[in-house]
Design a binder for this molecule. Structure first.
Ligand code: SAM
Ligand code: SF4
Length: 321
């Protein structure tokens, strides 16, 4: 599908649950109220939507949450998604806690890649950021996933006064393992609203000082806005996703499906197009028309630099990142 700004929309992120086994402070604060289970789309309903999306040219899908691996049957969903004609790629983003155990089934399902979120290599700090002492399990999952055929990426959000000085040790994961380490600028969603994002321009300048041979890699890596750099001797690359200091809206290729069946055309605004009623009525024609409408109505750009214009009030855990 092409939107009114000429952008090709061929990628959909699917949040399959708003539940999570962590409580990352900037994403899912304590006291958050969960959506009643009866309002969450069933896998069959998600597949009804994806069949229409694939027919409209959405070829790439990311399974997200909350934490997708806390919902039972996630790999069966992926396997069915992969069988839909027109679906070329299905990947997942996870906090990694349940990943190691889930890997055999995920590999069988045909999953193409996995992004693992990790903001620190310090066990006490991990507990401070996420609320749980789970760092060893996540590291174990990273090591195991890196040894499979899956494409593995590590997603890092740096925060001043929290984990900023760890950028180098986190980047080193891509020296030790064949994984890309991507630094994502904190967006003003949820409690991210109360903090200034660490600038990826600043971070790249630090890396240039530290790694003299660092160079831009302009091959296509994935579905998104990450810009990649190669460091000599590293097995993986370093990626920068600079939503705040490197606005990339002109190349935006995505829509988001929430766990309750809302299509979100842009992360920054609360506006959604609801597929819930049509999908519950098994009305595939209306689902397709609403998907087309959501792309037609997609805003030209976000306004994260102007906080008073950001209308999204949900937390990232309810949207899926
Ligand atoms: N639970 C899974 C995980 O952690 O990867 C999937 C959902 S999580 C919402 C997806 C990603 O969003 C994580 O990498 C997390 O760090 C990121 N995230 C959450 N809040 C954010 C914010 N305000 N700005 C930028 N990234 C954020
Ligand atoms: Fe859960 Fe992922 Fe949000 Fe952390 S970032 S609270 S793991 S949804």
């Amino acid at each position: 599908m092409q939107d009114k700004y000429g952008r090709i929309i061929d990628y959909m992120r699917i949040s399959i649950t708003d539940r999570c086994n962590l409580r990352c402070r900037y994403c899912m604060p304590e006291g958050i109220r969960f959506i009643p289970m009866e309002e969450i789309l069933t896998y069959e309903q998600i597949l009804v939507i994806c069949r229409q999306a694939a027919a409209l040219g959405i070829t790439k899908y990311k399974i997200t949450g909350g934490e997708p691996l806390v919902r039972r049957g996630c790999s069966e969903l992926i396997s069915k998604l992969k069988q839909i004609p027109g679906v070329e790629q299905v990947t997942m983003t996870t906090n990694g806690i349940l990943l190691k155990e889930a890997l055999p089934k995920l590999l069988e399902s045909g999953l193409d890649g996995v992004n693992i979120s990790l903001d620190t290599l310090n066990r006490a700090r991990y507990q401070e950021i996420t609320g749980f002492d789970e760092l060893p399990r996540v590291l174990d999952s990273i090591e195991t996933a890196a040894g499979t055929a899956l494409r593995v990426k590590i997603n890092v959000v740096l925060q001043e006064d929290v984990n900023l000085e760890e950028w180098q040790s986190l980047a080193q994961l891509s020296r030790v393992y064949p994984v890309d380490v991507r630094f994502i600028e904190l967006m003003p969603i949820g409690s991210g609203r109360n903090q200034k994002a660490v600038s990826n321009d600043w971070l790249l300048a630090q890396m240039r000082r530290q790694y003299l041979g660092i160079s831009l890699d302009d091959s296509v890596h994935g579905n998104g806005p990450a810009v990649y750099y190669q460091i000599p001797g590293f097995l993986g690359m370093i990626g920068f996703i600079s939503a705040i200091h490197g606005k990339f809206c002109q190349s935006c290729n995505r829509i988001r499906l929430t766990s309750t069946g809302e299509i979100k055309p842009c992360l920054c605004y609360k506006d959604t197009v609801s597929l819930g009623e049509a999908v519950r009525a098994k009305d595939a024609g209306t689902v397709r028309a609403l998907l087309e409408k959501s792309v037609a109505d997609k805003p030209g750009m976000h306004c994260f630099e102007e906080l008073s214009h950001v209308t999204e009030e949900h937390k990232m855990a309810q949207i899926g990142g």
